[in-house]
Design a protein around this ligand. Sequence first.
Ligand SMILES: Cc1cc2nc3c(=O)[nH]c(=O)nc-3n(C[C@H](O)[C@H](O)[C@H](O)COP(=O)(O)OP(=O)(O)OC[C@H]3O[C@@H](n4cnc5c(N)ncnc54)[C@H](O)[C@@H]3O)c2cc1C
Length: 330
Amino acid sequence: MSNMKPLTTEQIAAYRQSIPAAKEGEPMDKHTSFRVGGAARLYVVANTPDEIMNAVHAAVNVSIPWYVYGGGSNLLVNDDGYEGVIIQAANREIKIDGETVMAEAGAITGLVARQTVAAGLGGFEWAVGVPGTIGGAIYGDAGCYGGEMRDVVVSVDAYRIRDRQRVTLTNEQCKFGYRSSMFKYEPHLIFGCTLKLKPSADVEASKKRMDEIMQMRKEKQPLESSSAGCVFKNVEFDEEKDLEILKRSIEVPQGMIDKKQISVGWLIEQAGLMGQCVGEVEVSKKHGNFFINKGKARAQDILALISIIKMKVRDDLGIELQEEVQYVGF
Ligand SMILES: Cc1cc2nc3c(=O)[nH]c(=O)nc-3n(C[C@H](O)[C@H](O)[C@H](O)COP(=O)(O)OP(=O)(O)OC[C@H]3O[C@@H](n4cnc5c(N)ncnc54)[C@H](O)[C@@H]3O)c2cc1C
């Protein structure tokens, strides 16, 4: 059930007067990698930073809730949809100048990886298989295979909602952390970023690395099914004593202890929860941290499965899981 108040016809008419291109009743299952979610009451595709900003201001002016997203690969949208305006950041330009890369928020992350490698740059190969856009990757400090956004971002162009200021934030100001950034705590519209890469010593080796990564992803992740990638964040810990309960029932691989991070896929496998289903949602049998939509999954079922997994892992293994997936319309 959504707690969102239905928009009035007056609000909708006023919004559409400011943003005539706004669509009504856009199904969000079309726009999310989970293939789940009801309709956005209003929906705008914004092709420039100004269009993103105008779409947001128009909503604020008539007290309509708004939500900006990019590729929809990390979202769980309520079955009842979103009573407000969902704005897709679709400014997709990528410019490469020497070792500097300017990527707009809507640029597809995998395409940025391929284009930078083709331009003779190294350092972003890891991102080739990360679905979605640069805006989403900045928001959640996306990373894998030894790379993370925070390693390559020099600055982020954004719009701070609080004081309606356009800002250029340094890497430090973005406060990146594991699957986290300042943007999760202080609302901003992300317009794009500047990345600094290195000349590639061997372009063919970079291409080979990308192929290897794609191959490993296919082997380890259920890419043939609809999902939102990892549902939970891997578990970071400070001291080994935080794992006391876990270590009572299973042996924790030394690699995870050294890294001070427990893989949730592994935890879920140890807890015997792979293959667990609610309705048409299943914990992947290939990767325990992926939930797959077997066809007609509902957000409600995904929520129920999240709660079952969290409870079981907490009660049996003493570990509190936290969602990586972002909730929309709840
Ligand atoms: C098969 C699969 C594999 C995955 N593998 C990985 C992986 O290896 N590593 C990893 O880190 N992630 C992975 N993910 C998760 C996801 O792809 C990343 O988090 C990705 O960076 C999200 O980008 P997006 O554009 O789809 O974001 P969205 O899902 O559209 O949005 C995610 C969040 O970012 C915010 N946001 C997006 N754009 C903007 C903007 N312009 N301004 C303000 N806020 C914005 C949204 O409000 C939302 O809160 C995977 C997902 C799938 C489906």
